[in-house]
Ligand binder design. Structure first.
Ligand code: GAR
Length: 226
């Protein structure tokens, strides 16, 4: 069983997806601890309800000293026997010290098809750009924000009348599927990083082409042809 530690800052719906997955008998990972950097993070209650040990390490207690904050975080993870750290809506940038210490044992989920739309307000940015597909990415963390070898992505269509909230909800549903799947692949030792690219053992073949709008498909009957 791979022991994972989950870091959260907010509502923790991705954390919940990992908790739900870990409840399944055949899931090869267990959640050793949930740590929040914000004492008001709603996800803390959800973790406690699932009987998972929780802690708060409030970054505000450390002022500008990021390294001290991270040393305490690191010590807590080590103490809990964590082998893989999962950022789940953890909204603190981690320094190269922490990122290097947990290199290839630290993953993040981001609600865009990276490297497009890193950072905040990704859903509105995708709508404003006019992309026809958006999605989410699970990746190993590197020091640059929302950057690092990509483990899994899921794509969802962007609809012409989408609001940021509607798109976020569609993407979130995909996030809840791919985050547990990424943890499973890692726990099953099927994820290899080579030259900053991820290769998955026995990955299977994904669907070849998706179209949006559906009328973009060569299979769609155009009005002119009728
Ligand atoms: C999720 O959409 C996650 O992808 C995003 O924050 C949300 C957290 O929701 N993370 C980032 O934007 C990281 N750059 P949750 O607390 O319900 O899991």
């Amino acid at each position: 069983m791979l022991k994972i530690g989950i870091l959260i800052s907010g509502r923790g719906s991705n954390m919940q997806a990992l908790i739900d997955a870990a409840r399944q008998k055949d899931f090869p990972a267990q959640i050793a601890c949930v740590i929040a950097n914000d004492p008001d993070a709603k996800g803390l209650e959800r973790a406690q309800a699932a009987n998972i040990p929780t802690s708060v390490i409030n970054h505000k207690d450390f002022g500008k000293d990021r390294q001290k904050f991270e040393q305490v975080l690191d010590a807590k993870l080590v103490e809990a026997g964590v082998q893989l750290v999962c950022l789940a809506g953890f909204m603190r940038l981690l320094t190269p010290w922490f990122v290097d210490r947990w290199r290839d044992r630290l993953i993040n989920i981001h609600p865009s098809l990276l490297p497009a739309f890193p950072g905040l307000h990704t859903h509105q940015a995708a709508i404003d750009y006019g992309v026809k597909f958006a999605g989410c990415t699970v990746h190993f963390v590197r020091a640059e924000m929302d950057h690092g070898p990509i483990i899994i992505q899921a794509a969802v269509p962007v609809l012409s009348d989408d609001t940021a909230d509607a798109l976020a909800a569609r993407i979130l549903e995909a996030e809840h599927k791919i985050y547990p799947q990424a943890v499973r692949l890692i726990a099953e030792n099927r994820v290899n990083v080579m030259d900053e690219r991820v290769f998955i053992t026995n990955a299977g073949a994904p669907p070849q082409i998706a179209y949006n709008p559906a009328d973009g498909s060569p299979l769609a009957k155009s009005a002119a042809a009728q």
